[in-house]
Design a protein around this ligand. Structure first.
Ligand SMILES: Cc1ncc(COP(=O)(O)O)c(C=O)c1O
Length: 801
């Protein structure tokens, strides 16, 4: 472990804080101003941590600051500050920083002898007007401007160097581990441990990375007390006392650490400051990754320094300890968020080529936007029947990774939405979309490379026979097109689907979707449709305790085919969602699908794997759901996660099947496969690959399942936990022998979880299956949070019953 840093100039870092500040009277200050600087003014004392400062109000209306440096301050450092001010004034004259006034003899400073025999260096700087940031309301636009100002200042300092620049400074983030020798002053044990952990982590993990970053002389203290503002604008930065040669990114960490405390949405505030900085000087990815640790470390430093200093100066306890509580709270919050969350938000803020006003992040809902009023307006214009999730609907204003942020700034852990599968508003996807939308958007009747490249990438993930893509705009359209392909290729017109299947909303596909068909409202399926029961070994017609239960489910295909035959139809296609989502989420048992496919094909039908839910890595062990079953479908349909939320979908099939349809008719979709869709589709594939999300779905999914299986030991309501990867169903029953479905309890648990900040859904024909299907960027901490919340919700639900 390092020890307290020793300056090249021989001055101990903390000695300036320890040495007594000068004690010149206002009348002496006035006299110095007059004699040495030709300023006739009244002197008014100002606060300073280590120097003595006076505001000079001159008779001619001008205002100045007379700075009497602490005698322990290394003259070389004072010279560095002076030279830096002169440098900035030369390279960016419009930057609002204090200007140095030379003495009447043309010198940069004046020296005086104090009454105590010490010598003091006196400088005069212009006084900058404005309100201290400390007294201002931290509007998002202001936070952004603080970031921009810090970047401009650093830019102006880029070409500056001084031999004293790499000096020892207490607030030098790179020297943070030295404070390890001071942490014993932190009385509260828990806090001490946290601070020590942060400092150790910094020493071991962060510092080696930090040393690789670009470095230069930085201001290092763009903070509440050094920044002047007017409304939402920064009007100046003062106090160059912490100037140091250090990694550039440290300069950004300082205002973030200070300004995001007590913000309603601290991550959004950090994103705002970072975006402001990035707009002036582009931040590198490694720098963005470091910000979380630098901010934590800065908070830890603040706590360590304050606790140590208060021991020596108990009389100044209020002043020294102000802010320590807030630093402690932020440190605790940050440990809850984790580094990834902040990194994702910062990256998103920097990657978004369209400017998102920080005010979009933290809006106070107006009356007009109140839940009730929105619900009423929605009811009138979208119809009263359109479903809203949860008893208390979520008014989402922003998405970020695994989080949905509501209109009050509350972050809800999203464990339901599989469409933004690489994470809400993933910056790579957003950037790809915006870049392409700003370049070209046309249709597949023109030649452009991305649609070819995308089709090549997609088909490369499939068995060789599935080599042709057809692009459309929704999962329903893809299944509709698959239906036309199957009919054209087989010459048949019958369909086989699961009893509670759902494949979409078009007229044709609606007939293939008994789950939504309104059978409960007295409707009957079309005569060309036959259903087979889902191979549900838990509560179905045939159960796992019967060793032949799989064969019995397979035999149902014989019945379905025979039933179609008696009505004069042969199957054109059998549609299957490989995770049987609307059936209550269950993966078909081994051997089932290959035997079923054989039977359908023997009857002349094609097999369609509807990968709208199960595709793109969600099931963990495989990229496509069908791959777990050793089968190759004739047609694969894709949707939902394909575009992370952009309306796009695809059908992938064999050239022969496409040719059959083309003999009958043409195919063209105006927006299907357009350049924007392809750019997004490619970006999604890139992210899935680069971030190893399929592997993550397997790993985190297994962890999550094991957490929930443990809960099943304590909560009798849980009948079965099942699924694959990050697609998990938890079936609730009132009685383990009768399997009486617990639909009311399922709704109560989902609603309670929503109140506790975790979003899950409900599925299954009996509405008694909790549907867990988060974005694939879900990690182990999120899994734990979900399991703990489920535990809490189950306790609350069971205690009510
Ligand atoms: C398995 C399956 N197929 C198809 C669809 C229809 O997709 P879309 O809503 O994009 O039309 C859905 C939608 O939920 C689905 O779950």
């Amino acid at each position: 472990m390092s020890t307290t840093p020793q300056s090249q100039t021989g001055v101990k870092a903390e000695s300036v804080l320890e040495a007594q500040a000068p004690a010149i009277s206002p009348s002496e200050a006035e006299s110095i101003a007059r004699r040495a600087f030709d300023i006739e003014a009244t002197a008014h004392p100002m606060d300073s941590e280590r120097d003595q400062n006076f505001q000079l109000r001159a008779k001619d209306g001008s205002q100045w600051v007379l700075k009497i440096a602490n005698p322990a301050e290394d003259p070389a450092l004072l010279d560095m500050q002076t030279q830096a001010l002169l440098h900035i004034a030369r390279v960016d004259p419009s930057l609002a920083i204090p200007r140095l006034k030379v003495t009447s003899d043309g010198a940069l400073f004046h020296e005086i002898d104090g009454a105590d025999g010490r010598r003091f260096i006196v400088r005069v700087l212009s006084f900058l007007p404005g309100q201290l940031l400390d007294d201002a309301t931290l509007h998002p636009a202001l936070l952004r401007d603080v970031g921009a100002m810090a970047a401009r200042l650093a830019r102006a300092l880029r070409g500056f160097f001084h031999p004293a620049a790499r000096h020892a400074l207490l607030w030098d983030l790179t020297q943070a581990p030295a404070l390890r020798t001071r942490t014993h002053h932190i009385e509260e044990q828990g806090r001490r441990r946290v601070v020590e952990k942060v400092l150790d982590h910094f020493d071991e993990k962060v510092l080696p990375q930090l040393k690789k970053q670009r470095a230069q002389v930085i201001h290092n203290d763009v903070s509440r007390l050094n920044t002047l503002v007017d409304g939402h604008r920064v009007t100046g930065v003062i106090d160059f006392g912490d100037l140091i040669h250090a990694p550039l990114v440290c300069d950004l960490a300082v205002p973030i650490a200070e300004l995001i405390r007590e913000q309603p949405d601290p991550i959004a505030a950090a994103a705002g400051i970072t975006a402001g900085y990035h707009a002036v000087t582009a931040l590198e990815d490694d720098e963005l990754r470091l910000i979380f640790d630098l901010v934590s470390t800065r908070c830890a430093m603040e706590i360590a320094v304050a606790n140590w200093r208060v021991c020596d100066h108990p009389e100044n306890s209020d002043y020294i300890m102000a802010g320590v509580e807030k630093a402690g709270t932020l440190l605790r919050q940050m440990r809850e968020w984790g580094a990834e969350r902040m990194y994702t938000a910062l990256r998103r803020a920097c990657a978004t080529p369209v400017s998102i006003e920080a005010s979009d992040f933290t809006r106070t809902p107006s009356n007009e936007d109140s839940q009730q009023s929105l619900i009423e307006r929605r009811r009138q214009r979208l119809g009263p029947e359109l479903e809203l999730f949860y008893d208390k609907p979520v008014h989402a204003v922003r998405g970020e990774g695994v989080w949905l942020i509501d209109d009050t700034g509350r972050s809800l852990l999203d464990a339901y939405n599989n469409v933004p599968s690489v994470g809400h508003c993933h910056p790579t996807v957003v950037q790809a979309l915006a870049r392409q939308a700003a370049t070209l958007n046309t249709n597949t009747r023109y030649l452009y490379k991305s649609v070819i490249e995308y089709a090549e990438r997609l088909t490369a993930t499939m068995p060789a026979d599935l080599s042709v893509c057809m692009f459309v705009c929704s999962g329903s359209e893809a299944n509709d097109l698959a239906w036309r392909l199957a009919k054209a290729h087989t010459g048949n017109s019958g369909g086989i689907v699961m009893e509670d299947a759902y494949h979409g909303t078009t007229d044709a596909v609606y007939e293939l979707s008994p789950a939504d068909y309104g059978i409960d409202k007295g409707r009957t399926l079309a005569e060309y449709i036959a259903t087979v029961p889902a191979p549900d070994g838990y509560r179905g017609q045939f159960r796992r305790d019967d060793p032949r239960y799989v064969d019995r489910y397979v035999a149902c295909f014989d019945n379905a085919i025979a039933s179609l035959d008696t009505r004069g139809f042969a199957p054109a296609a059998f549609y299957l969602d490989p995770v049987l989502s609307s059936n209550g989420i269950m993966v078909p048992p081994p051997g089932y699908l290959s035997a079923a496919f054989k039977k359908v094909r023997a009857a002349g039908g094609l097999c369609v794997s509807d990968e709208v839910q199960s595709g793109f890595g969600r099931t963990g062990d495989h990229f496509w759901g069908f791959e777990a079953h050793d089968v190759v479908p004739d047609i694969v349909t894709l949707g939902k996660p394909i575009g992370n939320g952009l309306s796009m979908a695809a059908v992938v099939t064999t050239p022969a099947i496409v040719a059959s349809l083309m003999q009958e008719t043409d195919f063209f979709s105006t927006t299907g496969g357009n350049p924007v869709a392809c750019a997004v589709g490619l970006a999604v594939l890139d992210v899935l690959e680069q971030e190893g999300l399929q592997e993550r779905a397997a790993r985190v999914g297994a962890k999550l399942r094991s957490h929930i299986e443990k809960l099943a030991e304590q909560h009798a309501l849980i009948g079965e936990v099942r699924g694959a990867g990050l697609f998990i169903g938890v079936e609730f029953v009132r009685d383990h022998s009768t399997l009486e479905p617990a639909a009311k309890e399922t709704a109560a648990v989902a609603n309670r979880m929503r109140e506790l900040g975790v979003l899950v859904g409900i599925d299954g024909p009996r509405s008694n299956v909790l549907k867990i299907r988060p974005p694939l960027v879900f990690d182990e901490n999120h899994a734990l949070q979900l399991a703990n919340t489920l535990d809490q919700a189950l306790r609350a639900t069971q205690s009510r019953n």
